[in-house]
Design a protein around this ligand. Structure first.
Ligand code: ZN
Length: 388
């Protein structure tokens, strides 16, 4: 278990009013008046004032964090209110930074709020983050998440990460000085077709409070030096089974950015491009990507329009096939007859019995100039074994 000294100094003692206000917190011996003075001196940046940012900002303000930065360029939408509890009905249409600022002022007028009404970009990330002690990643997209991680590693700042999707939540503290970073966990982003997306997939509103409060807890622990920070572990919460799991995470000695000899020493040029790699892109060396049957199921559930082609023979097809597929036996590809039936614009997914014949067909398509082709590992055998 790791123990770290307090991240923030306690300069001036508490005023009488502060002592009264935070009494329930300062009577906890581990925090005390000294810990509360550290909390008051802390500068915490929430990147996002949405689902996670709402409980994060409200609880940080209530706890007495002296300076809160908010990065968000979005406006409050009616569909946000189901989970973004820092905003109310009267805020619909307002900038989220302004709405959040007012909510914070209503709870604790002594908090100094800094509104960054911008999108975080490679141009402004380093400068903004440098002004804070702790960064809370309360974003909902991969490009921003990788940008925040890389900037925090380069600036040696702790990044308290949270992530939610439907009934699942995760949180961790990434601090490359003391443990792993986000890219030790995921060196590469998921293919864009398989990236979980709360807009499409949905999110169980109250999950934001569960994960956001874990993030605030870790922020206050870091500020005051109380307890063991969630460094080198991920907390995984499953709301449906009511379970919290602690999954250990080690620093990756090959991590592109936080290892001792990193391949990347500054921010990437384009995080959007980094995170928009398609599963279907054929590599420059004509390598065909392979996907698992679970990936195929996720693709079908995501609503991505794919052309799923079974390349077995008719008698095999008659015994069963993967729903959504059409049959074009492999011979028709080898003779060239099938090419007029398959569009080069489509995202093509091929399968056969075990994955071998369909790989041969994939290679035929790639050499015929089809740019977007993937093969299903293990074919229909794997699909049937995976049991649906
Ligand atoms: Zn790393």
């Amino acid at each position: 278990m790791m123990k770290l000294p307090p991240l923030v100094e306690a300069s001036n003692p508490l005023t009488t009013e502060e002592a009264a206000r935070y009494l329930r917190q300062t009577v906890i011996p581990e925090i005390g008046a000294l810990g509360q003075a550290r909390i008051r001196n802390a500068k915490v940046l929430s990147i996002g004032a949405g689902g996670l940012g709402s409980p994060v900002l409200l609880y940080l303000a209530a706890a007495g964090v002296g300076t809160l930065g908010i990065i968000d360029f979005d406006r409050v939408d009616l569909s946000n209110l189901q989970r973004q509890i820092i905003h109310g009905e009267g805020d619909v249409g307002r900038l989220k930074t302004e709405s959040a600022r007012d909510a914070i002022a209503a709870i604790n007028s002594s908090v100094h709020v800094i509104e960054h009404n911008v999108a975080i970009t490679r141009e402004n990330a380093m400068e903004i983050i440098a002004g804070y002690d702790i960064v809370i990643d309360a974003t909902d997209n991969f490009a921003t998440r990788y940008l925040i991680n890389d900037a925090c590693v380069l600036l040696s700042k702790p990044c308290i990460w949270g992530s939610i999707f439907r009934f699942d939540g995760q949180a961790s503290v990434f601090w490359s000085e003391h443990g792993p970073c986000y890219r030790c966990l995921h060196p590469q982003p998921p293919a864009k077709e398989l990236a979980p997306n709360c807009t499409v997939g949905g999110v169980f509103g109250v999950l934001c409070a569960t994960i956001g409060s874990l993030q605030v807890t870790e922020a206050i622990k870091l500020i005051t030096g109380v307890g063991q920070p969630m460094i080198g572990a991920i907390t995984v919460y499953d709301a449906l089974s009511s379970t919290f799991d602690r999954v250990p995470l080690n620093k990756d000695p090959q991590c592109p950015i936080c290892s001792s000899n990193p391949s990347q020493r500054e921010l990437l040029d384009d995080y959007e491009a980094f995170c928009s790699v398609s599963l279907f892109d054929v590599g420059s060396d004509d390598m065909v990507n392979e996907i698992t049957v679970d990936d195929l199921r996720a693709l079908q559930n995501s609503g991505t329009a794919i052309d799923l082609i079974d390349v077995r023979e008719e008698n095999e097809w008659a015994e069963g096939f993967i729903p959504g597929a059409r049959l074009i036996p492999q011979g028709e590809f080898f003779s060239g007859a099938a090419l007029s039936e398959v569009s080069k614009d489509s995202d093509i997914v091929l399968y056969c019995r075990s994955g071998r014949r369909s790989m041969d067909v994939a290679k035929v398509l790639v050499s015929a100039g089809y740019p977007k082709v993937v093969n299903v590992i293990g074919g229909i055998l794997a699909w049937n074994e995976s049991g649906i």
